[in-house]
Structure formats: C-alpha cells, structure tokens
Design a protein around this ligand. Structure first.
Ligand SMILES: [Zn+2]
Length: 315
C-alpha cells in the first residue's frame, strides 16, 4: 500500500500527525513583502509578533521550551533590527529578526524565555510555531551567509522584507535558496534499509539521504545515493511527502524505493554502518527497546516514514 499526496501537497497527512516544519497553515501573504506601507501597518497591529533569532536559534518560551518566544515589535530586544515578514496565522501578523549577540546578552528577556536549538525543540512545538521557526531560521541563516553579491562581490542589501537581497553596485537580485534532498524508505520485502552517518549522536540510525545534484531527477538521485552508499540497486521509486529542514536550507523529499538486491557494500566515507532491519525489530527500535540501534529524531520525516512502514500504512 502506498500513501498518496493530495493536490495541496499535504501528503504528510497520510503519514500521521507530527511531521514538523511543514503544514503549519501559515499564510505567507507575499504581496506585503514589496509594499513597505502595508508592512508598516501590519507591524503596527496590536497582535503583531516578532520572533527573534540569534545565530540560527529561535527564542523559545515556556518551562519546557515548547513554544516560540514571540515578542511585541516594540520590545527592546528587537531594537532597530530589520524585520523579515513571515506571514499571517489566525489573523495575526508574524515576523522575524536577527538580533546581535551583544543585544541578546544585554536584553532582559521575559521569564522562561531563552534562545534554543530548533532541532531539539521540534517535537515539542505546535505545527504553526514549527513552520514559523523553520522559515525564520532558513532566511536568517541565508542572510548571514550571503552578505555579498555572488555576481560582483559588492555588499548587498536585504530587500522584499527579507525575501531577496539586492546588489546596489550591479543590480543583481538574489533569492533565498532551498536545497532538495532525497530521503528514502528502501525496502526488500519485510525489511528496511537503515544507515548511520559519522558523528551522529548516540546509536542513532536513519533512512539513507542525499542531496539532489544539478541535472538530476528525484528518482535518479534516490537510486544513485543508495547505490553509492550501500551498493544496493533500487528499482521502483515513489514519492510520499516532503519536509522543510532548515539545517541550514534543505527540503527533505520522502520517497520509497524497492531494492533489487540485499548485499550491502558500504562506502565507509559516507556511512559508519548500514543494515537491514525487519518490521518487528524496527517497531522495537521505534519504541526505544533496541539494544544497538536508536531511531531517528521525533518529528523528522525519517521517523514518520519508518512509523508509517512499521504500521503498514506505506511501503
Ligand atoms: Zn553585484
């Protein structure tokens, strides 16, 4: 049985709730980006809130850091930081801004507020908060690493409320990048292929993944990455769902792949280890009962694909 994506791109729905960063229902209202007057009016709305970002980390709030630390636009921490327009949700306007480390250190944050690691916070955030944080982090990191024009080398300026950079010297427009990554549930009958990259925490394993290269289709990238990393040939490839993954700018494209063989020839540069795992064993791993293998992070598309496969919903 294969899950199918709907016309609205909400394929993740068939995988169950909890797929972080996607599907938070944020209305991007992109027309405001190029309309300074409308943007100023939105900023002045009583319900408008700004998400401060510090070197890629969002301000989080609550004793368990389970929501975003959204501040009113006149909060001292915001200062004169240039706002990035994120969009509207339930009638309220949401923006983000990058704050300088010195400003963050000097500001009196509200109680229970702290800048924190978004990857760790993801399982605790609501869907709208997660989507806002993903947008804010991806854009803030893009600005921080694209201060100069890629065409002529001159310093460039933020434009379109954070959704472009403009070069005043040569006139080039630069747009935020998104890097497509395939991540694949490769199965051989009742077994799934798992791998572990060097440097991952603990005993964590996950599905194989890799960047799509220029001039390559999604299907070809799935087959190439699996063959390169494990030597496993893959036949039929299907699409399941996608997940923005702003570490720093990936879009994870979740696929299925049918293995045409099972003999693993590991690429030790790419992977520390790779293995096949049966459905019952995978269920135990997901429940935290496996002695050698820990599952992918909660909220990640790898975790959702594995949970869907173990439950018989996909694969
Ligand atoms: Zn330029």
């Amino acid at each position: 049985m294969t899950a199918t994506a709907t016309a609205t791109g909400q394929g993740a729905l068939s995988l169950g709730a909890g797929l972080g960063f996607g599907g938070g229902g944020i209305e991007r209202a992109a027309a405001l980006r190029g309309d300074p007057a409308a943007l100023a009016l939105a900023l002045a709305e009583p319900g408008a809130r700004i998400l401060p970002m510090l070197e890629g980390q969002p301000l989080l709030a609550g004793p368990d850091q389970d929501r975003l630390g959204l501040l009113a636009p006149d909060h001292p921490l915001i200062g004169g930081a240039a706002p990035i327009w994120l969009g509207r949700h339930e009638g309220r306007a949401f923006l983000a801004c990058e704050v300088a480390p010195a400003a963050a250190a000097a500001a009196a944050l509200p109680p229970d507020h702290a800048f924190g690691d978004l990857r760790r916070a993801l399982p605790r955030l609501g869907a709208a908060d997660a989507e806002l944080a993903a947008m804010a982090r991806a854009l803030a990191l893009w600005h921080a690493s694209h201060l100069f024009c890629a065409r002529c080398g001159s310093p460039s300026d933020m434009a379109q409320a954070g959704w472009q950079r403009l070069c005043p010297a040569c006139g080039a427009h630069h747009f935020p990048r998104t890097d497509p990554v395939v991540i694949m549930l490769v199965t051989a009958g009742e077994r799934v292929l798992l791998g572990r990259s060097h440097g991952w925490p603990g005993r964590m394993h996950s599905l194989l993944a890799g960047f799509i290269e220029p001039g390559e289709t999604i299907e070809a990238a799935v087959r190439r990455e699996v063959a390169e990393e494990t030597g496993i040939p893959v036949g039929e490839v299907g699409y399941l769902a996608s997940q923005p993954w702003p570490f720093p700018a990936s879009l994870m494209i979740g696929c299925t792949g049918r293995a045409l063989g099972t003999h693993i020839v590991l690429d030790p540069v790419e992977l520390e280890t790779a293995r096949w795992m049966g459905r019952a064993e995978a269920a135990g791993m997901l429940a935290g009962r496996h002695a050698e293998v820990a599952p992918p992070r909660p909220g990640s598309i790898a975790r959702m694909l594995l949970e869907g496969w173990v439950a018989g919903r996909i694969g």
